[in-house]
Design a protein around this ligand. Structure first.
Ligand SMILES: [Zn+2]
Length: 363
């Protein structure tokens, strides 16, 4: 690994630093920038924005959308990839009929406050369901709800919930457990992976962005950058489409069979989810050929990531920011999604750039 200090500097230590780096790099690259103020800003005093950078022709036939921070704290990795691409001159590599839309911090509240969920405790990647219809049920989550998001956190609850999880895994297998926990649920507003009962602020902003900047394009590729699942520092391209769908076929052609995995077949590091942003883009752009994927970079083993999310969720709803373990719990969450490791950052950057360049070549 080259000790590439420059790459390390694409990655930030907090939300405001990441935002400044993104805006500076976007403006230096000649991009048009637009900022959306998140309503949660009024509570804390800190100004939180989703920022977008538009590069290339306005009426481009092909558009690549690169998003970071759908899951708040996961934005550190995605922001680093965005900043690096801008600083290394991605705008000069665009073909005349190709535009690039970067969306920085889709969930700025979670990014700034080191949460995976947003200001409504909603997991944005479960929020893009039809809110006029009955919500999907998740009976398996219901059964495990107190284990997944306990009201008290102590050595006792840790041991007893570890046993419940183990018991569940023995009975149903670990893919089933991952599905039960992470698939998404709409019945426990203080729980994990809660999809919410309305279209969130970020959801509405994405609809606005799609309508304003993407609807005129013939082809749109969406790459939503995530961290926290899969082998350490490895980037998997996740598709929600079945294998016979044209979008899946395109993804395999562009990025290779090795890297592309479908959640429907059950071979992805992610369970198949309800209400994802990826699936929503096809609905938002009915007249456009949409290829929407996640690019997920692994960090720690699944149980450690899960325990970090669970502890932070407990702190948020029950422990409070002044709790003696507050800093420890927040740092644990940060490191579960953003390892303090130059090699990890280097590999995330390298694969992020590769996946984006492969998409641009094939668009
Ligand atoms: Zn994620």
């Amino acid at each position: 690994m080259p000790a590439d200090m420059q790459v390390n500097e694409y990655f930030s230590a907090d939300y405001q630093q990441a935002r400044r780096a993104f805006l500076d790099a976007a403006l230096a690259a000649g991009g048009n920038v637009e900022s959306f103020l998140n309503p949660a800003s009024e509570q804390g005093g800190e100004q939180l924005f989703t920022d977008i950078a538009l590069l290339g022709p306005e009426d481009a036939e092909n558009i690549l959308v690169l998003m970071s921070g759908t899951h708040g704290v996961e934005g550190f990795g995605g922001s680093g990839v965005q900043v690096g691409l801008l600083r290394e001159g991605i705008s000069g590599k665009l073909l005349p009929d190709t535009g690039l839309v970067m969306i920085h911090a889709v969930n700025p509240y979670g990014f700034a406050n080191l949460r995976r969920f947003n200001e409504d405790n909603v997991d944005l990647n479960r929020n893009f369901v039809d809110h006029s219809q009955a919500y999907p049920e998740n009976r398996e989550y219901d059964q495990l709800a107190d284990v997944i998001a306990p009201r008290r956190l102590s050595a006792y609850t840790d041991v007893s919930s570890a046993l419940s999880v183990l018991w569940y895994r023995l009975r149903h297998g670990s893919a089933r457990l991952q599905h039960a926990v992470t698939h998404g649920q709409y019945a426990h507003p203080q729980g994990l992976f809660y999809g919410g009962h309305f279209a969130t602020w970020s959801n509405r902003r994405l609809h606005e962005i799609a309508e304003r900047y993407l609807a005129g394009a013939a082809r749109v590729v969406v790459i939503d950058l995530h961290t926290g699942l899969g082998p350490y520092a490895y980037g998997e391209v996740i598709v929600n489409d079945p294998e016979d769908a044209p979008a899946y076929q395109r993804a395999v052609t562009w990025w290779g069979e090795e890297r592309v995995k479908s959640t429907i077949k059950g071979e992805s590091v992610s369970a198949h989810l309800s209400g994802t942003i990826k699936m929503a883009f096809s609905r938002m752009l009915p007249d456009t050929e949409v290829t929407a994927v996640g690019l997920e970079f692994g960090t720690l083993p699944p149980m450690e990531v899960f325990k970090a999310i669970r502890a932070e969720n407990w702190l948020y709803h029950h422990g409070g920011p002044d709790h003696a373990d507050a800093i420890k719990i927040k740092q644990q969450l940060l490191r579960a999604f953003y390892p303090d490791d130059e090699l990890w950052k280097y590999k995330v950057w390298e694969q992020g750039r590769l996946v984006v360049e492969q998409a641009l070549v094939n668009l």
